[in-house]
Design a protein around this ligand. Structure first.
Ligand code: MG
Length: 458
């Protein structure tokens, strides 16, 4: 995924370990990051991938060479490391993780002093240093030092507990099934839950960088085992994390797996009940359900482009307290304005304890929508022209063109049409009150899109 012009993709630097992302390149990236930070102290940590410790050492060598000091937090979830940067008031952080990508990948995320990933403009500055070889190596007597930073998981769990009613949750004695994806989610969530008085049963909780249990992306097709386990032990719910535990997908007591915007909608509802008029930040890919809840409970939706960094940066600019994505990312500002799987789990428990309702009932009360997806082939060089034509042709409809084209219709159905960033295709995501209507929207707009593409080709 690394290119000759750019290091950063939509979610930090990603590449195949020891093929694209080698220790040599990681040292150079570390030195570019160190030059960008101009000395200072950075927290470094990694997820459970086999290449994690190796790449961390290389990045640290690069950072130290530019005079940056490093606090090595070791293996931990991304949100734990982000919280540590903020909590220890250091200058920034570097996280070695490829999040939900397959085990052979790894990546590098750069964190600013507030715990949020650096902005796109800051990424460009780091890339400039990297590609123009402008790294600034320190004199021999100014080389940075590295020391270990123990206890970050304790501090993180303690911080989460401050945002929920611990006693009310503990009273209910919930039984929770945790699927840690054989990665860092297993280091925090089971402990947090036990401290909240829950009985915890785990699946895929042994740390193993080959991800033997399931792929690290918590998509419904990867969560059959945990869904079955929830029912088998009669748990109150199940929760499954991605490879770096910033995203969480919930399974109700009946074994039903819920999409991320459903649980985000539930958190949004109870947040707005207590905080009327607040802004809710969410990408245009989210369900209309998020808008419906905002309308009912007096919230204001701020739509963004797709991507967790954009959501976090928008929350920061607007001082918004809640954000969320359909993929299971919930950003709870009072704790930190980044996706956080363990915090999301605590918020869901808090709502269950407060209402005394089962998860299936709480989620079942929210407006229901059906989702249908489609794709249309389109050469990369035509994508921009197709988008312009599409925007022209949809003028007069209720649209948002921040990221592709999203169209909302009178009957509450909607469709998002956006060019893929990695493949020569356009993707279509339709949503409606019936499955049939959603499928019809995909069909209609696939045809319209093909016509535009054919027209531009000739
Ligand atoms: Mg992730």
């Amino acid at each position: 995924m690394l290119s000759s012009k750019h290091l950063f993709g939509t979610n930090g630097i990603r590449g195949l370990a020891n093929k694209e992302l080698t220790p040599e390149i990681a040292i150079k990236i570390g030195a570019a990051i160190g030059t960008f930070f101009k000395r200072g102290t950075l927290v470094v940590g990694y997820d459970a991938r086999t290449s994690g410790p190796m790449l961390a050492k290389a990045v640290i060598a690069g950072l130290n060479s530019t005079g940056c000091n490093v606090l090595l937090a070791g293996m931990a979830p991304t949100p734990t490391l982000q919280f540590t940067v903020k909590n220890h008031k250091v200058d920034g952080g570097v996280i070695i993780t490829a999040s939900h990508n397959p085990p052979e990948y790894n990546g590098i995320k750069v964190i600013w002093s507030d715990g949020i990933e650096v902005s796109h403009e800051q990424e460009l500055e780091i890339e400039k240093v990297f590609f123009t070889d402008k790294t600034h190596l320190a004199e021999w007597n100014a080389i940075g030092e590295t020391r270990e930073l123990p206890g970050v998981i304790d501090e993180y769990i303690e911080a989460i507990e401050k945002h929920v009613n611990v006693k009310a949750i503990a009273k209910r004695r919930y039984h929770v099934m945790v699927d840690g994806a054989n990665s860092v989610g297993s280091l925090t969530s089971p402990r947090l839950l036990r401290e909240l008085g829950c009985r915890v049963t785990t699946i895929n909780a042994n740390i193993d960088g080959t991800f033997p249990g399931r792929p690290p992306e918590p998509r419904p097709e990867n969560l059959g085992d945990v869904a079955m386990a929830v029912k088998a032990v009669g748990a109150d719910f199940g929760v499954a994390y991605d490879g770096d535990a910033d995203r969480s997908i919930f399974i109700d007591e009946k074994g039903e797996i819920h999409m991320g915007d459903k649980t985000f909608g539930l958190v949004e509802k109870y947040f707005l009940k207590a905080n009327k008029g607040e802004k809710i930040v969410t990408p245009v890919s989210s369900s209309t359900l998020i808008q419906d809840i905002a309308d009912e409970y007096k919230g204001k939706i701020v739509w963004t482009k797709v991507g967790s960094v954009t959501v976090a940066q928008t929350m920061k600019t607007l001082k918004a307290k809640l954000g969320g994505e359909e993929n299971g990312g919930i950003f709870y500002g009072p704790h930190q304005s980044v996706r956080d799987g363990a915090m999301s789990t605590a918020l869901i428990l808090n709502i269950m304890a407060k209402t005394g309702q089962k998860l299936s009932k709480l989620l079942g009360e929210l407006p229901a929508y059906y989702l249908q997806k489609g794709k249309v082939e389109c050469n990369d060089n035509l994508k921009e022209k197709v988008l312009q034509k599409l925007i022209e042709k949809t003028k007069g409809l209720k649209t948002n063109t921040l990221d592709g084209v999203k169209i909302w219709f009178e009957d509450k159905s909607s469709i998002l049409i956006r060019p893929s960033g990695t493949e020569p295709i356009y993707r279509l995501y339709a949503e409606a009150k019936t499955e049939k209507k959603a499928a019809q929207l995909v069909k209609d707009y696939s045809l319209k899109l093909k016509k535009i593409i054919d027209g531009l080709r000739n």
